[in-house]
Ligand binder design. Structure first.
Ligand code: HEC
Length: 190
């Protein structure tokens, strides 16, 4: 299935590259279904970078950032972290957003940030409130960084054992049980 998907995606990329004349100068491997970003103004890129910094996106989406804040070089930023966040919702992984922006148009990205309500610990409530120009600046900055790294592992539903290392996010106080139910982060209802 994975192989099939890869073949399909490569075919898609061929068509896109042929039609759109994608710029291959950036740091990139051959790409699945790459979407081109409109040329970004320098100040939009700077704004996107600023938003990533103040929004704390690197904490979860950049390998090693939480352990050594500010010390991870920018070319590694936002490449996704394969360490799971395991809780009552299952196990989630902070996506490789540099890959993700190459798979969607800027408008699709803006819509995703506006409406998506997804699983912990992703701070969707904050991201849903981004003003549209800021969502666009984020897209352009991530595009500007270039497509790098691999996709993170797929979401693992509750009750299934992840095959990767993970952090446990459930309430750990022995005997607390129902008394702390309100502290548990559940999977949001759709
Ligand atoms: C506390 C950790 C954490 C922080 C901070 C965080 N994220 Fe996330 N993010 C996640 C996790 C975990 C997921 C995967 C959620 C899922 O699988 O449902 C995710 C998913 C996403 C997705 C969905 C990508 C996809 O594959 O469709 C977007 C977009 C996103 N984050 C943007 C951001 C932005 C922008 C910021 C900064 C403003 C940010 N995140 C900060 C943990 C975090």
């Amino acid at each position: 299935m994975k192989e099939l998907m890869r073949v399909g995606l490569c075919l898609g990329a061929g068509v896109l590259l042929g039609a759109a004349g994608v710029n291959l100068m950036e740091e990139k491997e051959p790409l699945p279904a790459e979407k081109t970003a409109p040329p970004a103004a320098v100040n939009e890129i700077a704004r996107g970078r600023y938003l990533v910094q103040v929004g704390g996106c690197n904490d979860c989406h950049t390998p090693g950032f939480m352990q050594a804040p500010g010390q991870v070089p920018e070319h590694e930023w936002m490449t996704g972290v394969p360490l799971g966040w395991r809780g009552p919702w299952g196990t989630t992984y902070a996506s490789n957003l540099r890959k993700r922006v190459h798979e969607m148009s800027e408008d699709e990205w803006v819509a995703l940030l506006r409406v998506r309500k997804d699983m912990p610990p992703m701070p969707w409530y904050s991201v849903n409130s981004l003003a549209e120009p800021d969502a666009r600046a984020l897209y352009r900055y991530l595009h500007h960084l270039g497509n790098k790294g691999e996709h993170v592992p797929a979401y693992v539903p509750p009750g299934q054992e992840p095959t990767t290392p993970y952090l446990s996010m459930d309430v750990q106080f022995a005997g607390a049980g129902a008394a702390v139910k309100e502290l548990r982060m559940e999977q949001p209802s759709p």
